[in-house]
Design a protein around this ligand. Structure first.
Ligand code: SF4
Length: 366
């Protein structure tokens, strides 16, 4: 089955740490953009693609009004074969109220992902977020009242001024909400953002503190029943993000919208970061970013993001040198960075912290 990703590149205000492609919200442009998404979906109708997940990502998809979401989802229902789809919409707590959330639910959205980031208002203000925690809590309770039983919240680790204690309190506060999923991201200072300065670098967690924060969060969320299934993702059993799992398990997805990426027919594509070009084209233009991705490398790199890791049998089928790989895995296991069993191997939480260098060592011997 294929996933459908819809990029909504509009934000009310740019957060100083963010380097995702987005432009300032403009009512007229959002309306034209919605029409362009609908046009592109209809253009794919002949493919009769089997779709089981739809994901509105951003940017800030919750800046769309419910009628815009409804017209996009109606076009998808008319153009694809939908199979009990998980339909997620990323939401900013300041952009929703219970009425709007009810309308999203009626339009077919069945999963919400809120960018909460912290339960500490000073940290939120340093992140340049528009909401305080009270507002975020209200948005989550409003979503539950509107009929959403599959709600996710993001928490950010290592932000300016954050301590182990304040992070622990934020994690506890999120766990107390009626949610089923938490994404815990480590702040990365991206080049060229306002956060890319000495002051912010000093105020944010260094590598050692970040490691402690990560391991503390993994433990805290586990105690509250949120099972880790990917480096940054934790869920109550049965509430893993079906759409995001496609990225790590090599399933296909079609991305529509400015800066959206796709993996389809064994190739990777990207749509340029240009809202105006997307709106003015009849059909979105793609750049092929990878003509023939290496199946073995991709399986190893993406599979090791998951706590269930990778299967030796599958690696062997893809042509890996299992002997050399097993030696490396044994070495990393001695340092408690990896674990193996049942014909699979995976990274431990400590190993996730070093995943880039471990994976590049493994890639060196396959
Ligand atoms: S709301 Fe999200 S996408 Fe928009 S600027 Fe902030 S972090 Fe980036």
């Amino acid at each position: 089955m294929t996933g459908l990703y819809l990029h909504i590149p509009f934000c009310a205000r740019k957060c100083p740490y963010c380097d995702f492609y987005s432009v300032r919200f403009d009512r007229r442009l959002v309306s034209d953009y919605t029409d362009a998404l609908v046009r592109n979906i209809r253009h794919l109708a002949d493919t009769k693609t089997d779709i089981d997940t739809i994901y509105f990502g951003g940017g800030t998809p919750s800046l769309l009004c419910s009628s815009q979401v409804e017209s996009i989802l109606s076009a998808a229902a008319a153009s694809f074969s939908l199979h009990d789809p998980e339909i997620t919409l990323e939401a900013n707590p300041c952009t929703v109220d219970v009425q709007k959330l009810r309308e999203y639910r009626s339009a077919g959205v069945n999963r919400l992902s809120f960018g909460v980031q912290s339960a500490n208002d000073d940290e939120l203000s340093r992140l340049g977020r528009l909401h305080n925690f009270e507002r975020a809590e209200k948005a989550v309770f409003d979503a539950a009242a509107a009929g959403f039983d599959n709600i996710s919240c993001d928490i950010m680790l290592g932000t300016a001024g954050q301590t182990l204690q304040s992070l622990g309190s934020s994690a506890d506060a999120l766990c107390a909400l009626p949610i089923k999923h938490i994404s815990a991201y480590m702040l990365k200072i991206e080049k060229g953002t306002p956060y890319d300065c000495d002051e912010m670098r000093k105020a944010s967690a260094d590598d050692e503190l970040m490691s402690e924060m990560y391991l503390q969060t993994v433990g805290r969320l586990a105690s509250a029943g949120f099972v880790q299934y990917e480096i940054s993702n934790f869920a109550k059993p049965g509430f893993e993000s079906r759409h995001n799992l496609k990225y790590w398990t090599g399933e296909s997805y079609i991305g529509l919208g400015a800066s959206a990426h796709s993996f389809f027919g064994g190739k990777r594509y990207a749509c340029p970061n240009d809202v105006n070009a997307f709106v003015s084209s009849d059909v979105q233009r793609y750049i092929t970013t990878d003509e023939s991705p290496d199946a073995l490398e991709e399986y190893l790199m993406l599979g090791l993001r998951l706590t269930k890791g990778v299967s030796l049998e599958r690696l062997q089928k893809l042509g890996a040198d299992i002997g050399a790989l097993s030696q490396k895995v044994a070495l990393f296991s001695q340092h408690r960075l990896m674990q193996s069993g049942g014909g699979r191997f995976s990274l431990t939480p400590k190993g996730f912290l070093l995943s880039n260098s471990i994976i590049s060592e493994l890639l060196g011997v396959i």
